[in-house]
Design a binder for this molecule. Structure first.
Ligand code: GLA
Length: 386
């Protein structure tokens, strides 16, 4: 995104002065879906599109915010407890509140921002906003003393408390910690992570956006999380002498032990999560030995699990994965929270053109529009630009 695009709007909508400019990216995830809030592993990377904001303290107690994309202006007092109604402005409000909880003396500011992460595509435009605003608040009001992890957690708390999605930490983590050219394997339990340079010679990663919009806030996502928590509770009750905090702590055997106590649906959800936990580790091994065919096989298995067991896919995404199979694509699956958005595809260079052409044609014949195509470039995490 161009700095001038954001700057010209900032100048126009406020008093003509310029501020500082910050950027935070969206993310992809190679594998490890719905494992973050279950204490498992994820394998994300930041992308080269995201959210850019220009911010300047205004000497008052008011936040004056302008969404360039929505052409919408919202003002709120930093000491307000309810916050604005507009969802986009609640991301700013949430980060302000969370920084106040961290002890930061946040003052009023003017902010204009824009994004080029496609909305509802499963690429975490919301985390890009949270980490961008966090990066700005840290720089302007906290002398950059707030740690990267605290920004990640403030972003997640914003989702939980001010938006209504009980998400894990993958998206905010990827947006803050991303590094160009590398994926990251994060253990969501211990928060230890490792950078994995990702340069699959002979293959590329491409996203196909079904353009079916997903809305994670509210029930379907939170329902999945509740199912997992009920299973953990049942296992814990069976074994009071041990500690079971998340599905990470549960084995296949534990799941069988509670099969009669939990609902069939909850068991099915947990089956996906336990399988996914193993698949992420399988992908790590395969990447280390350069076995991309194995990586792809596991991606297809994840898709089957997300579709049949976790039930977060939809007809259009299943269709895109079927096209990928038909075209000989190495791996393909729905990416992100689900209920719409993109598939992520690992495809051999020589098959790329045919795959994209077939996907566009077959999808358009069935659904009346072609999927959007995004070639993945793994970019850097949050930063101050100037
Ligand atoms: C959304 C959430 C993440 C994660 C994914 C699914 O993107 O924000 O925390 O749970 O869904 O892997």
């Amino acid at each position: 995104m161009e700095i001038e695009f954001v700057r010209s709007r900032f100048i126009k909508h406020f008093d003509g002065e310029t501020g500082n400019i910050y950027f935070s990216p969206g993310r992809i995830n190679l594998i490890g879906e719905h494992t973050d809030y279950n204490g498992g592993y994820v394998f994300p990377g930041a992308v080269d599109c995201g959210v850019m904001a220009e911010v300047r303290p205004n000497g008052s107690n008011m936040v004056r915010a302008y969404s360039i994309d929505l052409k919408d202006r919202v003002d709120f007092d930093i000491n307000d407890e309810q916050g604005p109604r507009a969802t986009w402005a609640r991301f700013i409000f949430g980060m302000v509140k969370e920084f106040q909880i961290l002890g930061v003396d946040v003052k009023g500011f003017n902010i204009a921002f824009a994004g080029d992460v496609p909305l509802g595509a499963g690429m975490s435009s919301s985390a890009a906003m949270e980490s961008c605003f966090g990066c700005a608040l840290n720089d302007l009001f906290a002398d950059n003393k707030i740690s990267k992890w605290d920004i990640v957690l403030a972003g997640q708390a914003t989702e939980h408390k001010y938006i209504g999605t009980n998400c894990g930490i993958m998206d905010q983590f990827a947006s803050v910690f991303g590094k160009a050219g590398s994926l990251m394997r994060l253990d969501c339990n211990s928060r230890e992570f490792e950078y994995f340079p990702f340069n699959p010679e002979g293959y590329r990663l491409v996203l196909l956006n079904s353009c079916v919009k997903h809305e994670l806030a509210g029930s379907p996502y939170n329902d999945r999380r509740n199912s997992c928590e009920r299973v953990v509770k049942a296992v814990q009750e069976k074994h009071p002498e041990e500690k079971f905090e998340t599905l990470r702590d549960c084995t296949w055997e534990n799941l069988e032990e509670v099969a009669d106590t939990v609902s069939a649906e909850d068991k099915q959800r947990a089956t996906f999560v336990l399988g996914e936990k193993d698949r992420v580790l399988g992908v790590c091994d395969a990447l280390q030995s350069g076995d991309y065919e194995k990586v792809g096989e596991l991606m297809y298995e994840t898709h089957r699990g997300l579709s049949e067991e976790y039930e977060v896919s939809c007809e259009e995404l299943d269709f895109l994965v079927e096209i990928a199979k038909k075209c000989g694509v190495t791996g393909s699956r729905i990416m992100g929270g689900g209920f719409g958005g993109c598939t992520i595809n690992l495809v051999k260079n020589e098959l790329y053109d045919d795959f994209i052409a077939t996907a566009k044609k077959d999808f358009a014949e069935k659904y009346g529009h072609a999927p959007k195509v995004y070639d993945v470039k793994i970019g850097d995490g949050s930063k101050k630009i100037c």
